[in-house]
Design a protein around this ligand. Structure first.
Ligand code: MN
Length: 293
């Protein structure tokens, strides 16, 4: 059984723009090397938005040095970036944006969702890039729900969606720079499941909505994150009173220094200073002119 290195509380609640009321579950400020290559996870818990005329969200801002992965659980989002990427994603869909060498983008509730209102829930994961790819060309992948393999877990205990990586012989559609697994799990109340994790991978687990019991010993409330050792086999998860929705992230550690500031994550402070210079001088590109609705 893989050892639990720590069970940690999430960061404080805050708004990202006016569209995303999030809790930062984890960030590389704490345990960065134990989480590598994952940098940050924000979770916007289910929240009802009233109909509005103007889409809520976060306007133009830059990123460099990593990827943002947005998973929609409820509601609908629209995205555009300066590298020509963009799209609309709804429940079950994922947007995998590689900022790499630098881009500017915006993230809003979709126009349809804004007009009708409703429940919004999403998570955004930041995945670090190895030093050799930090200045690669940006790219954008829309990963639709219908293209994400769903694996039934043994004993009718639940299901696992393979967003990236592999599970039980199924490969996730997202292309990644280094070996990682992004598994979106549903465990049924009163059921347990054992999951293999590749040897040598870091692994981090968060239950988004309810308590999950880990390795038969630790009851972990929603939003706390569990950091596992790099070796020692798999883990077991058990849902008790209610169905549990979890993200289990595993990846080969990059073993490189992490230097980050706001929307930039590089390897050195000099590279962060350079990111500010390049952004200020317009080298991250400019947003396409907005089409009239
Ligand atoms: Mn962003």
């Amino acid at each position: 059984m893989r050892r639990i290195l720590g069970i940690h509380r999430p960061g404080p609640f805050h708004w990202v723009g006016d569209g995303f009321p999030v809790k930062t579950v984890f960030s590389y400020d704490n345990f960065g090397q134990q989480l590598s290559p994952f940098l940050l996870l924000d979770h916007a818990e289910p929240k009802h938005f009233e109909p509005a005329a103007k889409p809520r969200g976060v306007g133009e801002h830059p990123h460099r040095g990593f990827e943002t992965v947005t998973i929609v659980y409820a509601g609908e989002l629209e995205h555009r970036d300066s590298a020509g990427g963009g799209g609309r994603i709804g429940p079950g869909d994922v947007q995998w944006m590689t900022a790499a060498g630098g881009l500017v983008h915006e993230e809003f509730h979709s126009r349809d969702f804004t007009a009708r209102g409703g429940l919004m829930e999403m998570a955004q994961l930041w995945v670090n890039l190895p030093a050799r790819d930090k200045l690669a060309a940006p790219r954008y992948q829309t990963v639709l729900d219908r293209d994400i393999p769903v694996v039934a877990l043994p004993g009718d205990s639940g299901q696992l969606r393979v967003i990236a990586g592999n599970f039980a012989g199924k490969a996730g559609p997202a292309r990644t720079f280094t070996p990682i697994n992004v598994w979106d799990l549903r465990l049924k109340a009163g059921h347990a499941a054992s999951l293999d994790i590749p040897e040598g991978h870091n692994a981090v687990l968060v239950a988004l909505n309810d308590t999950v019991q880990v390795n038969g010993t630790d009851d972990v409330p929603a939003s706390r994150y569990v950091v596992f050792g790099q070796t020692g086999g798999g883990i077991t998860l058990a849902a008790q009173a209610g169905d549990v929705k979890c993200l289990l992230l595993t990846g080969a550690p990059l073993d490189e220094p992490i230097a980050g500031y706001g929307p930039f994550v590089m390897n050195t402070e000099d590279e962060i200073r350079q990111a500010f210079v390049d952004y200020r001088e317009g080298r991250f590109g400019t947003m396409p002119v907005r089409e009239l609705a």
